[in-house]
Design a binder for this molecule. Structure first.
Ligand code: C2E
Ligand code: MG
Ligand code: MG
Length: 355
Protein backbone atom coordinates (compact mmCIF):
# COMPACT_ATOMS: atom_id res chain seq x y z
CA UNK A 1 0.00 0.00 0.00
CA UNK A 2 1.19 3.55 -0.74
CA UNK A 3 -0.14 7.00 0.03
CA UNK A 4 -0.63 8.98 -3.16
CA UNK A 5 -1.18 12.23 -1.34
CA UNK A 6 -3.82 13.86 0.85
CA UNK A 7 -6.46 11.28 1.60
CA UNK A 8 -5.72 9.05 -1.40
CA UNK A 9 -4.10 5.65 -1.15
CA UNK A 10 -3.12 2.98 -3.66
CA UNK A 11 -3.20 -0.74 -3.00
CA UNK A 12 -1.42 -3.17 -5.31
CA UNK A 13 -3.37 -6.41 -4.87
CA UNK A 14 -1.00 -8.71 -6.73
CA UNK A 15 -2.44 -11.92 -5.35
CA UNK A 16 -5.86 -11.16 -6.75
CA UNK A 17 -6.52 -13.28 -9.83
CA UNK A 18 -10.01 -12.35 -11.01
CA UNK A 19 -12.31 -9.30 -10.96
CA UNK A 20 -14.62 -11.22 -8.62
CA UNK A 21 -11.79 -11.65 -6.15
CA UNK A 22 -10.98 -7.94 -6.44
CA UNK A 23 -14.61 -7.09 -5.62
CA UNK A 24 -14.52 -9.44 -2.68
CA UNK A 25 -11.30 -7.86 -1.46
CA UNK A 26 -12.62 -4.28 -1.55
CA UNK A 27 -15.89 -5.33 0.11
CA UNK A 28 -13.90 -6.66 3.06
CA UNK A 29 -11.67 -3.59 3.02
CA UNK A 30 -14.65 -1.23 3.24
CA UNK A 31 -16.12 -3.15 6.15
CA UNK A 32 -12.83 -2.86 8.04
CA UNK A 33 -12.46 0.82 7.18
CA UNK A 34 -15.97 1.54 8.40
CA UNK A 35 -15.32 0.35 11.94
CA UNK A 36 -15.91 3.35 14.22
CA UNK A 37 -12.85 4.94 15.81
CA UNK A 38 -13.02 6.61 19.20
CA UNK A 39 -11.16 9.95 19.27
CA UNK A 40 -11.46 11.39 22.76
CA UNK A 41 -15.21 11.79 23.22
CA UNK A 42 -15.99 11.60 19.51
CA UNK A 43 -16.92 8.46 17.59
CA UNK A 44 -15.55 8.84 14.07
CA UNK A 45 -17.11 6.81 11.25
CA UNK A 46 -14.54 6.60 8.45
CA UNK A 47 -15.77 6.05 4.90
CA UNK A 48 -14.02 5.55 1.58
CA UNK A 49 -14.59 5.37 -2.16
CA UNK A 50 -12.63 2.81 -4.14
CA UNK A 51 -11.79 2.59 -7.83
CA UNK A 52 -10.42 -0.64 -9.29
CA UNK A 53 -8.31 -1.05 -12.42
CA UNK A 54 -7.10 -4.43 -13.59
CA UNK A 55 -3.81 -5.35 -15.20
CA UNK A 56 -3.43 -5.80 -18.15
CA UNK A 57 -7.01 -4.98 -19.34
CA UNK A 58 -7.01 -1.43 -17.99
CA UNK A 59 -3.38 -0.57 -18.69
CA UNK A 60 0.09 -2.06 -18.69
CA UNK A 61 1.96 0.75 -17.00
CA UNK A 62 1.68 1.86 -13.40
CA UNK A 63 0.68 5.37 -14.56
CA UNK A 64 -2.22 4.11 -16.66
CA UNK A 65 -3.43 1.75 -13.95
CA UNK A 66 -3.35 4.47 -11.28
CA UNK A 67 -4.98 7.04 -13.56
CA UNK A 68 -7.76 4.61 -14.45
CA UNK A 69 -8.28 3.55 -10.84
CA UNK A 70 -8.53 7.25 -9.98
CA UNK A 71 -11.22 7.79 -12.64
CA UNK A 72 -13.13 4.75 -11.36
CA UNK A 73 -12.78 6.11 -7.82
CA UNK A 74 -14.50 9.37 -8.84
CA UNK A 75 -17.28 7.40 -10.40
CA UNK A 76 -17.68 5.39 -7.16
CA UNK A 77 -17.65 8.59 -5.13
CA UNK A 78 -20.36 10.11 -7.31
CA UNK A 79 -22.55 7.11 -6.52
CA UNK A 80 -22.40 7.96 -2.80
CA UNK A 81 -20.32 7.21 0.22
CA UNK A 82 -18.67 3.79 0.65
CA UNK A 83 -18.94 2.52 -2.90
CA UNK A 84 -16.47 0.88 -5.23
CA UNK A 85 -16.35 0.74 -8.98
CA UNK A 86 -14.43 -1.02 -11.73
CA UNK A 87 -12.80 1.16 -14.37
CA UNK A 88 -14.70 1.27 -17.68
CA UNK A 89 -13.42 2.83 -20.88
CA UNK A 90 -16.40 5.19 -21.22
CA UNK A 91 -15.42 6.75 -17.89
CA UNK A 92 -12.45 8.48 -19.57
CA UNK A 93 -14.79 10.59 -21.71
CA UNK A 94 -16.69 11.57 -18.57
CA UNK A 95 -13.41 12.32 -16.81
CA UNK A 96 -12.39 14.63 -19.65
CA UNK A 97 -15.71 16.48 -19.43
CA UNK A 98 -15.24 16.71 -15.67
CA UNK A 99 -11.79 18.25 -16.07
CA UNK A 100 -13.06 20.83 -18.55
CA UNK A 101 -16.05 21.71 -16.36
CA UNK A 102 -13.82 21.90 -13.31
CA UNK A 103 -11.47 24.36 -14.99
CA UNK A 104 -14.24 26.72 -16.10
CA UNK A 105 -16.18 26.44 -12.81
CA UNK A 106 -13.22 28.08 -11.11
CA UNK A 107 -13.87 31.36 -12.91
CA UNK A 108 -17.65 31.16 -13.03
CA UNK A 109 -18.25 32.81 -9.64
CA UNK A 110 -15.73 35.55 -10.32
CA UNK A 111 -17.28 36.22 -13.73
CA UNK A 112 -20.83 36.31 -12.40
CA UNK A 113 -21.96 33.44 -14.57
CA UNK A 114 -24.46 31.95 -12.12
CA UNK A 115 -28.07 32.94 -11.78
CA UNK A 116 -31.05 31.71 -9.84
CA UNK A 117 -34.36 30.56 -11.25
CA UNK A 118 -37.39 30.31 -9.00
CA UNK A 119 -40.15 27.72 -9.00
CA UNK A 120 -43.31 28.39 -7.00
CA UNK A 121 -44.83 26.00 -4.47
CA UNK A 122 -48.61 25.97 -4.24
CA UNK A 123 -51.28 25.10 -1.78
CA UNK A 124 -53.01 22.35 -3.76
CA UNK A 125 -56.45 23.30 -2.48
CA UNK A 126 -56.44 27.09 -2.67
CA UNK A 127 -53.84 27.36 -5.48
CA UNK A 128 -52.12 30.10 -3.50
CA UNK A 129 -48.34 30.44 -3.77
CA UNK A 130 -46.85 29.54 -0.41
CA UNK A 131 -43.16 29.66 -1.21
CA UNK A 132 -40.59 28.94 -3.89
CA UNK A 133 -37.40 27.04 -4.55
CA UNK A 134 -34.23 28.72 -5.82
CA UNK A 135 -32.59 26.63 -8.57
CA UNK A 136 -29.16 27.52 -9.84
CA UNK A 137 -28.26 27.89 -13.55
CA UNK A 138 -24.88 28.47 -15.13
CA UNK A 139 -24.82 30.86 -18.04
CA UNK A 140 -21.84 29.94 -20.13
CA UNK A 141 -21.10 30.98 -23.69
CA UNK A 142 -24.73 31.95 -24.21
CA UNK A 143 -26.10 28.60 -22.96
CA UNK A 144 -27.82 27.76 -19.71
CA UNK A 145 -26.20 24.76 -18.09
CA UNK A 146 -28.32 22.55 -15.82
CA UNK A 147 -27.19 22.03 -12.22
CA UNK A 148 -27.31 18.28 -12.82
CA UNK A 149 -24.21 18.55 -14.99
CA UNK A 150 -22.09 20.87 -12.86
CA UNK A 151 -23.16 20.44 -9.22
CA UNK A 152 -21.60 16.94 -9.00
CA UNK A 153 -18.28 18.33 -10.34
CA UNK A 154 -18.52 21.30 -7.98
CA UNK A 155 -18.99 18.81 -5.15
CA UNK A 156 -16.00 16.72 -6.13
CA UNK A 157 -13.73 19.73 -6.29
CA UNK A 158 -14.99 21.58 -3.23
CA UNK A 159 -16.08 24.63 -5.28
CA UNK A 160 -19.60 23.84 -4.11
CA UNK A 161 -18.82 25.62 -0.82
CA UNK A 162 -18.44 29.16 -2.27
CA UNK A 163 -21.15 28.45 -4.88
CA UNK A 164 -23.56 27.30 -2.18
CA UNK A 165 -22.78 30.36 -0.12
CA UNK A 166 -23.49 32.55 -3.15
CA UNK A 167 -26.91 30.87 -3.56
CA UNK A 168 -27.81 31.59 0.06
CA UNK A 169 -26.59 35.19 -0.08
CA UNK A 170 -28.37 35.80 -3.38
CA UNK A 171 -31.62 34.41 -1.94
CA UNK A 172 -31.32 36.70 1.08
CA UNK A 173 -30.82 39.66 -1.25
CA UNK A 174 -33.90 38.69 -3.27
CA UNK A 175 -36.10 38.49 -0.16
CA UNK A 176 -34.75 41.83 0.97
CA UNK A 177 -35.59 43.36 -2.43
CA UNK A 178 -39.13 41.95 -2.43
CA UNK A 179 -39.71 43.42 0.99
CA UNK A 180 -38.31 46.78 -0.06
CA UNK A 181 -40.26 46.93 -3.32
CA UNK A 182 -43.56 45.30 -2.37
CA UNK A 183 -43.52 45.13 1.40
CA UNK A 184 -44.20 41.44 0.79
CA UNK A 185 -42.13 38.26 0.55
CA UNK A 186 -42.55 34.49 0.44
CA UNK A 187 -40.12 31.90 1.78
CA UNK A 188 -37.28 30.83 -0.51
CA UNK A 189 -35.91 27.30 -0.24
CA UNK A 190 -32.24 26.83 -1.12
CA UNK A 191 -30.65 23.50 -1.96
CA UNK A 192 -27.69 22.57 0.20
CA UNK A 193 -25.25 20.02 -1.20
CA UNK A 194 -23.93 17.16 0.84
CA UNK A 195 -20.43 18.53 1.19
CA UNK A 196 -21.77 22.00 1.96
CA UNK A 197 -23.91 20.53 4.73
CA UNK A 198 -20.87 18.78 6.16
CA UNK A 199 -18.88 22.04 6.18
CA UNK A 200 -18.53 23.65 9.59
CA UNK A 201 -19.22 27.14 8.29
CA UNK A 202 -22.71 26.42 6.93
CA UNK A 203 -24.78 27.20 10.01
CA UNK A 204 -22.83 30.32 11.08
CA UNK A 205 -22.89 31.54 7.45
CA UNK A 206 -26.66 31.21 7.15
CA UNK A 207 -27.23 32.96 10.46
CA UNK A 208 -24.83 35.75 9.60
CA UNK A 209 -26.33 36.34 6.14
CA UNK A 210 -29.86 36.45 7.55
CA UNK A 211 -28.73 39.10 10.00
CA UNK A 212 -26.81 41.08 7.43
CA UNK A 213 -29.79 41.25 5.05
CA UNK A 214 -32.30 41.52 7.89
CA UNK A 215 -34.22 38.47 6.81
CA UNK A 216 -36.66 36.88 9.15
CA UNK A 217 -35.46 33.24 9.40
CA UNK A 218 -38.89 31.80 8.53
CA UNK A 219 -38.37 33.20 5.04
CA UNK A 220 -35.39 30.97 4.40
CA UNK A 221 -35.62 27.22 4.13
CA UNK A 222 -32.79 24.78 3.50
CA UNK A 223 -33.37 21.67 1.39
CA UNK A 224 -31.04 18.82 2.22
CA UNK A 225 -31.22 15.48 0.48
CA UNK A 226 -32.06 12.44 2.49
CA UNK A 227 -28.72 10.92 1.52
CA UNK A 228 -26.64 13.81 2.92
CA UNK A 229 -28.52 13.64 6.20
CA UNK A 230 -27.79 9.96 6.53
CA UNK A 231 -24.04 10.35 5.86
CA UNK A 232 -23.45 11.42 9.43
CA UNK A 233 -26.66 11.38 11.40
CA UNK A 234 -25.18 12.61 14.67
CA UNK A 235 -23.65 15.70 13.08
CA UNK A 236 -26.82 16.25 11.04
CA UNK A 237 -28.95 16.33 14.18
CA UNK A 238 -26.66 18.91 15.81
CA UNK A 239 -26.69 21.21 12.76
CA UNK A 240 -30.40 20.90 12.07
CA UNK A 241 -31.12 21.60 15.72
CA UNK A 242 -29.12 24.85 15.46
CA UNK A 243 -30.94 25.90 12.30
CA UNK A 244 -34.35 25.02 13.68
CA UNK A 245 -33.73 26.82 16.96
CA UNK A 246 -32.76 29.90 14.95
CA UNK A 247 -36.11 29.63 13.12
CA UNK A 248 -35.06 28.49 9.63
CA UNK A 249 -37.18 25.95 7.75
CA UNK A 250 -35.67 22.54 7.05
CA UNK A 251 -36.85 20.29 4.25
CA UNK A 252 -35.67 16.80 3.36
CA UNK A 253 -35.30 16.78 -0.43
CA UNK A 254 -35.83 13.80 -2.74
CA UNK A 255 -37.41 11.85 0.07
CA UNK A 256 -37.79 8.16 -0.65
CA UNK A 257 -34.64 7.82 -2.72
CA UNK A 258 -32.25 7.27 0.18
CA UNK A 259 -32.37 4.61 2.80
CA UNK A 260 -33.25 6.51 5.93
CA UNK A 261 -33.63 4.49 8.97
CA UNK A 262 -37.03 5.44 10.29
CA UNK A 263 -35.78 5.45 13.84
CA UNK A 264 -33.36 8.26 12.93
CA UNK A 265 -35.93 10.19 10.99
CA UNK A 266 -37.92 10.62 14.18
CA UNK A 267 -34.97 12.37 15.80
CA UNK A 268 -34.26 14.76 12.95
CA UNK A 269 -35.58 18.23 13.69
CA UNK A 270 -37.05 18.76 10.23
CA UNK A 271 -40.14 20.73 9.22
CA UNK A 272 -40.86 19.45 5.70
CA UNK A 273 -40.47 16.36 3.54
CA UNK A 274 -40.43 16.58 -0.25
CA UNK A 275 -41.70 13.49 -2.06
CA UNK A 276 -39.27 12.79 -4.88
CA UNK A 277 -40.50 13.41 -8.41
CA UNK A 278 -39.98 9.74 -9.29
CA UNK A 279 -42.83 8.71 -6.99
CA UNK A 280 -45.13 11.52 -8.10
CA UNK A 281 -44.67 10.55 -11.74
CA UNK A 282 -45.87 7.01 -10.87
CA UNK A 283 -49.22 8.40 -9.72
CA UNK A 284 -52.03 7.48 -9.74
CA UNK A 285 -51.19 3.97 -10.95
CA UNK A 286 -48.41 3.16 -8.60
CA UNK A 287 -49.10 4.95 -5.36
CA UNK A 288 -47.65 2.75 -2.63
CA UNK A 289 -44.58 4.89 -1.91
CA UNK A 290 -46.35 8.25 -2.11
CA UNK A 291 -49.05 6.95 0.27
CA UNK A 292 -46.47 5.69 2.71
CA UNK A 293 -44.58 8.99 2.72
CA UNK A 294 -47.79 10.98 3.22
CA UNK A 295 -48.77 8.76 6.11
CA UNK A 296 -45.32 9.05 7.65
CA UNK A 297 -45.48 12.83 7.33
CA UNK A 298 -48.80 12.97 9.11
CA UNK A 299 -47.55 10.79 11.93
CA UNK A 300 -44.43 12.89 12.38
CA UNK A 301 -46.40 16.11 11.97
CA UNK A 302 -44.39 17.33 9.01
CA UNK A 303 -45.47 19.40 6.07
CA UNK A 304 -45.30 17.39 2.83
CA UNK A 305 -44.44 18.86 -0.56
CA UNK A 306 -44.99 16.79 -3.72
CA UNK A 307 -42.31 17.51 -6.34
CA UNK A 308 -42.68 17.30 -10.10
CA UNK A 309 -46.46 17.42 -10.54
CA UNK A 310 -46.97 17.32 -14.30
CA UNK A 311 -50.65 16.57 -14.83
CA UNK A 312 -54.12 16.77 -13.39
CA UNK A 313 -54.38 13.07 -12.50
CA UNK A 314 -51.36 13.39 -10.26
CA UNK A 315 -52.75 16.56 -8.71
CA UNK A 316 -56.14 14.97 -8.01
CA UNK A 317 -54.60 11.89 -6.41
CA UNK A 318 -52.42 14.06 -4.17
CA UNK A 319 -55.35 16.25 -3.12
CA UNK A 320 -57.47 13.19 -2.35
CA UNK A 321 -54.68 11.85 -0.21
CA UNK A 322 -54.27 14.99 1.84
CA UNK A 323 -51.06 16.28 0.36
CA UNK A 324 -51.20 20.03 0.95
CA UNK A 325 -48.34 21.54 -1.02
CA UNK A 326 -47.05 20.86 -4.52
CA UNK A 327 -44.55 21.99 -7.08
CA UNK A 328 -44.21 21.07 -10.73
CA UNK A 329 -44.42 21.98 -14.39
CA UNK A 330 -48.21 21.60 -14.25
CA UNK A 331 -48.29 24.85 -12.23
CA UNK A 332 -45.12 26.56 -13.37
CA UNK A 333 -41.62 25.80 -14.55
CA UNK A 334 -38.73 27.49 -12.75
CA UNK A 335 -38.63 31.12 -13.91
CA UNK A 336 -36.00 33.83 -14.09
CA UNK A 337 -36.22 36.30 -11.20
CA UNK A 338 -37.96 39.14 -13.04
CA UNK A 339 -40.65 36.88 -14.44
CA UNK A 340 -41.22 35.15 -11.14
CA UNK A 341 -41.45 38.45 -9.35
CA UNK A 342 -43.90 39.85 -11.84
CA UNK A 343 -46.15 36.80 -11.76
CA UNK A 344 -46.06 35.86 -8.12
CA UNK A 345 -44.73 38.64 -5.93
CA UNK A 346 -45.86 41.99 -7.26
CA UNK A 347 -49.55 41.12 -6.82
CA UNK A 348 -48.75 40.22 -3.20
CA UNK A 349 -51.35 37.43 -2.99
CA UNK A 350 -50.46 35.29 -5.93
CA UNK A 351 -52.52 32.33 -6.94
CA UNK A 352 -52.52 30.17 -9.97
CA UNK A 353 -55.70 30.65 -11.97
CA UNK A 354 -55.44 28.39 -14.98
CA UNK A 355 -55.98 25.06 -13.20
P1 C2E B 1 -34.25 19.35 -6.75
O1 C2E B 1 -33.80 20.16 -5.61
O2 C2E B 1 -35.00 18.09 -6.42
O3 C2E B 1 -35.08 20.32 -7.66
C1 C2E B 1 -36.19 19.97 -8.42
C2 C2E B 1 -35.81 19.75 -9.87
O4 C2E B 1 -36.94 19.24 -10.57
C3 C2E B 1 -35.45 21.06 -10.62
O5 C2E B 1 -34.50 20.72 -11.62
C4 C2E B 1 -36.76 21.44 -11.26
O6 C2E B 1 -36.62 22.25 -12.40
C5 C2E B 1 -37.28 20.08 -11.65
N1 C2E B 1 -38.74 20.05 -11.76
C6 C2E B 1 -39.64 20.76 -11.09
N2 C2E B 1 -40.90 20.44 -11.46
C7 C2E B 1 -40.78 19.48 -12.41
C8 C2E B 1 -41.73 18.73 -13.20
O7 C2E B 1 -42.94 18.87 -13.09
N3 C2E B 1 -41.21 17.81 -14.06
C9 C2E B 1 -39.87 17.60 -14.22
N4 C2E B 1 -39.47 16.71 -15.10
N5 C2E B 1 -38.96 18.31 -13.49
C10 C2E B 1 -39.40 19.22 -12.60
P2 C2E B 1 -33.17 21.55 -11.81
O8 C2E B 1 -33.42 22.99 -11.63
O9 C2E B 1 -32.54 21.08 -13.08
O10 C2E B 1 -32.28 21.07 -10.59
C11 C2E B 1 -31.88 19.74 -10.49
C12 C2E B 1 -31.21 19.47 -9.18
O11 C2E B 1 -29.99 20.20 -9.08
C13 C2E B 1 -32.02 19.89 -7.97
O12 C2E B 1 -32.99 18.92 -7.68
C14 C2E B 1 -30.95 20.02 -6.92
O13 C2E B 1 -30.62 18.76 -6.41
C15 C2E B 1 -29.77 20.51 -7.74
N6 C2E B 1 -29.67 21.98 -7.55
C16 C2E B 1 -30.34 22.97 -8.16
N7 C2E B 1 -29.95 24.19 -7.69
C17 C2E B 1 -29.04 23.94 -6.73
C18 C2E B 1 -28.25 24.77 -5.86
O14 C2E B 1 -28.37 26.01 -5.82
N8 C2E B 1 -27.39 24.15 -5.01
C19 C2E B 1 -27.27 22.78 -4.99
N9 C2E B 1 -26.40 22.23 -4.14
N10 C2E B 1 -27.98 21.97 -5.79
C20 C2E B 1 -28.86 22.54 -6.65
MG1 MG C 1 -34.61 20.88 -3.99
MG1 MG D 1 -35.98 17.19 -5.15
Amino acid sequence: MARLGGDEFVILADETQTPAQAADFVDKLLIQLNAPIQLNEHAIHPAASIGISIYPDDGDTAEDLIRHADIAMYSAKAAGSNQWSFFKQQMTERAAVRLRTEASLHDALKNNEFLLYFQPKFDLNTHKVVGCEALIRWQKDGRLISPMSFIPVAEETGIIIPIGRWVIEQSCKVIREWQRKYNYAIPIAVNVASQQFADASLVPDIKQLAIRYQISPELLEVEITETSLMNDVEQAIIKLEQLKTAGFGIAVDDFGTGYSSLSYLRHLPITTMKIDRAFVSDLPKDSAIASTILMLGQQLDLSIVAEGIENDEQLQWLKNNNCVIGQGFFFSEPLPLEEFEQQFISAKTAEILHI
